[in-house]
Design a protein around this ligand. Structure first.
Ligand SMILES: N[C@@H](CCC(=O)N[C@@H](CS)C(=O)NCC(=O)O)C(=O)O
Length: 209
């Protein structure tokens, strides 16, 4: 049984979404990132104290996109991951990683400055720089959507799981304006049954909001 540490609306949704798309059995262990003292059982899994993490038999892993690649490689093949010989492969790889390394990672200084920084430090230079970088990078997603319904082309792949998370983070928590094309894209990807199941399972064991 695969254990996913994370839950709620964190990046663990990427992992749970892949698990649901692939029909793999798993359990979720909720981790409260705002807890004053972190659960020692989770710190034993990821001493750096961030989510998601997985345990799969003797394997322990962190980093959402790496975990996605692990699951698809270990339990695939799956249409979520085009093979290297597939014409969609390069775009797939690029957007799979752009979703985290190019977008979501850089959104974090914007999010934490907005919600956690002292008032006087909200408009700090680093967060402003990160915001401008993300805006330019979002243009890559916009340009892609002008030519294709999904990041890798005509078919939904794990690159869409990666980028959908980033767009949601940017739109809901970092104040990025998403245009009609990006919103229609999110509606398209999150209409999938696997996403809906992933959202339900990710809130398992939590009191209703
Ligand atoms: N690059 C990492 C980022 C993980 C990350 O930032 N996770 C957030 C929740 S979505 C977190 O745990 N933040 C708390 C922290 O980093 O201290 C990944 O994709 O897994």
């Amino acid at each position: 049984m695969i254990t996913v540490w994370g839950g709620q609306t964190s990046r663990s949704i990427r992992v749970v979404w892949v698990l649901e798309e692939m029909g793999l059995p798993y359990e979720i262990r909720q981790v409260d990132m705002l807890a004053p003292v972190q659960d020692p059982a989770f710190l034993a899994v990821n001493p750096a104290n961030y989510i998601p993490a997985i345990q799969d038999g003797g394997v322990t892993m962190i980093e959402s996109v790496a975990i996605m690649e692990y699951l698809m490689g270990r339990y695939g093949p799956t249409p979520l991951a085009p093979a290297p010989g597939d014409p969609a492969f390069a775009a797939y790889q690029q957007f799979l990683h752009l979703g985290e390394a190019g977008l979501a990672t850089l959104m974090m200084p914007v999010v934490v400055s907005r919600f956690l920084a002292p008032e006087a430090e909200r408009e700090n230079w680093g967060a402003t720089w990160a915001r401008e970088c993300v805006e330019r990078r979002l243009d890559l997603v916009r340009a892609r959507l002008a030519r294709a319904p999904y990041m890798a082309g005509e078919a939904f792949t794990a690159a869409d799981i990666s980028v959908t998370y980033a767009l949601n983070l940017g739109g809901k928590h970092a104040g990025f304006a998403l245009g009609d094309a990006e919103q229609a894209y999110i509606a398209r990807t999150t209409a999938r049954d696997a996403f809906k199941r992933a959202m339900e399972r990710s809130h398992e064991g939590l009191a209703p909001a």
